[in-house]
Design a protein around this ligand. Structure first.
Ligand SMILES: Cc1cc2nc3c(=O)[nH]c(=O)nc-3n(C[C@H](O)[C@H](O)[C@H](O)COP(=O)(O)OP(=O)(O)OC[C@H]3O[C@@H](n4cnc5c(N)ncnc54)[C@H](O)[C@@H]3O)c2cc1C
Length: 465
């Protein structure tokens, strides 16, 4: 067998596309296959009647120069837009009221979001002992121990719902928020780490999440994945990988394509699918890694976009949006003020809101039908934003398996994946269950994986450079 490609990438979400791009631009011959009829995976934008609606991510944080590099190379940098500065404000629901998250120390001391006791309690944080590095704590255990229960309930619980659609009682702090864990280990305190880590952050090329600019594109997030896909020399849509096997010269991938079954030969494979497909394809080669992948939970999430006349809403929508702590016992996780966040998302005089339902907190709600979801969201927005009329349009997208949860035991599961890669030379796994769930994290992980693949392949054929 003489492999036709250097690499077959399975899955054309951002992880697979970016991996394929870094390898192709390094001179390697890459084939990328995608089960769906369009590239992008979770990233998907709809333009409809003057509205720009995101089915998945609404933005991402520019935490690394790699992101601008990818946009530059794939011709989308001119369409990059940054969030409106007004979107720095974020609201948290407490006692039925949307209270602004304090953005400065004086605002923190004045805010009604936390009680005087909780604020004073922060003074003890530098003296709380660090956890033993051998103990895997949940996010909730970590925050209760260091910051107290009120910060868990009214800062971390809603934040975790906003990022992971997750539950801090289940997520592993070390796996889901590795930086928090590292700061505690390095400085013994989050507050001390914040102050003393400033110099180190200045030296690093990476920008911390809390200060990274938030970006999208004039025509939405799909510009990113469409831009990469358009530059791939061999992208095959409607082509689902059904099996993989390893021979002397490399890997054979079988797939069901639009014109029937096909077989692809390559020296290496990058598996960039969600865990269920990866587990199935790895079952006979690495049963332990396959079981580990199957054990990663993905709750369902529904994303409901609602369009209103500006005049039909009492709230000023002067921010990114709001998050809902579990304690408030509502039916939604939070809402993004999409038309405040970026311009060009709704026609003049109209506003667009994107609300998330379900997650680990209330998975059953995300399973409701589209009409029930739209009316549940309307009921909550009437109460929380002073909506006075029915939405003029709604768009509902239900994700059955939305976001992988880095729960307790996640690091051991990923260690099983690392072990499978060592045992199966030429096979690499890259997707949002490893290295971070955000679009930016997927881009960074794809670079790490493609560097490893390139190292394995050696120098590309000079004729292709
Ligand atoms: C509702 C929602 C909101 C989000 N909001 C944000 C946000 O605001 N900011 C942010 O940074 N991140 C956000 N995220 C997270 C982020 O969008 C995802 O983690 C990221 O896009 C995942 O990319 P991926 O390539 O790893 O996986 P995916 O996008 O899932 O791509 C995997 C691809 O593999 C394909 N595939 C599966 N099986 C096969 C097979 N057998 N053969 C071939 N192809 C196959 C799939 O069709 C899919 O296209 C959000 C996620 C969701 C669900």
């Amino acid at each position: 067998m003489n492999p036709a490609s250097d690499v077959v990438v399975i899955g054309a979400g951002i992880s697979g596309l970016a991996s394929a791009w870094w390898l192709q631009s390094g001179g390697h011959k890459v084939t990328i296959i995608e089960a769906d009829s369009r590239p992008g995976g979770t990233i998907g934008t709809v333009r409809d009647s003057g509205y720009l609606v995101e089915a998945g991510p609404n933005s991402t944080l520019e935490t690394s120069p790699l992101i601008a590099q990818l946009l530059e190379q794939t011709g989308t940098i001119a369409q990059r837009i940054y969030a409106n500065p007004a979107a720095n404000n974020r609201f948290i629901l407490r006692g039925g009221m949307l209270l602004p998250l304090p953005l400065s120390p004086p605002a923190f001391f004045k805010t009604r979001l936390f009680s005087a006791g909780a604020k004073l309690g922060l003074l003890r944080e530098p003296f709380v002992r660090r956890s033993s590095p051998g103990v895997e704590e949940t996010v909730a255990q970590f925050v209760r121990r260091r910051l107290g229960v009120e910060f868990l309930d009214y800062a971390i619980n809603p934040f975790v719902a906003g990022v992971y659609a997750g539950d801090p009682e289940c997520l592993s702090v070390r796996a889901a928020f590795p930086r928090l864990f590292e700061i505690e280990q390095q400085y013994g305190s989050l507050i001390r780490g914040q102050i003393m880590g400033a110099k180190e952050r200045k030296r690093s090329q990476e920008t911390p999440k809390q200060s990274a600019p938030m970006l999208s594109f004039a025509e939405g997030m799909q510009t990113l994945t469409d831009g990469v896909a358009a530059r791939m020399e061999d992208l095959r849509l409607d082509t689902r990988a059904t099996g993989m096997s390893r021979g002397d010269a490399g890997w054979e991938v079988t797939a069901a394509g639009p014109r029937g079954p096909l077989t692809l030969h390559a020296k290496t494979v990058v598996l960039a699918t969600p865990t269920n497909a990866a587990a199935q394809l790895m079952r006979t080669h690495a049963p332990c890694a396959s079981d580990a992948l199957d054990a990663i939970p993905y709750p369902p999430v529904a994303s409901v976009a609602s369009a209103y006349a500006r005049a039909d809403l009492a709230h000023a929508l002067d921010g990114f949006g709001f998050l809902v702590p579990k304690k408030e016992r509502r039916q939604i996780l939070g809402t993004i003020f999409s038309s405040t966040l970026f311009g060009n998302r709704a026609p003049d005089g109209m506003v667009l809101l994107t609300t998330f339902v379900g997650g680990m907190r209330q998975p059953e709600l995300a399973e409701r039908d589209e009409a029930a979801l739209a009316s549940l969201v309307q009921e909550e927005l009437v109460s929380l934003l002073g909506v006075r009329a029915a939405p003029q349009r709604t768009w509902v997208k239900r994700w059955k398996r939305a976001i992988p949860q880095y729960t307790l035991g996640h690091l051991a599961r990923i260690a099983a994946v690392d072990e499978a890669e060592r045992a199966l030379p030429g096979l690499y796994l890259c997707a949002n269950y490893r290295g971070g769930i955000s679009v930016a994290d997927c881009i960074k992980s794809s670079r790490t994986v493609s560097d490893r693949v390139a190292q394995y392949l050696g120098r590309p054929d000079p004729a292709r450079r």
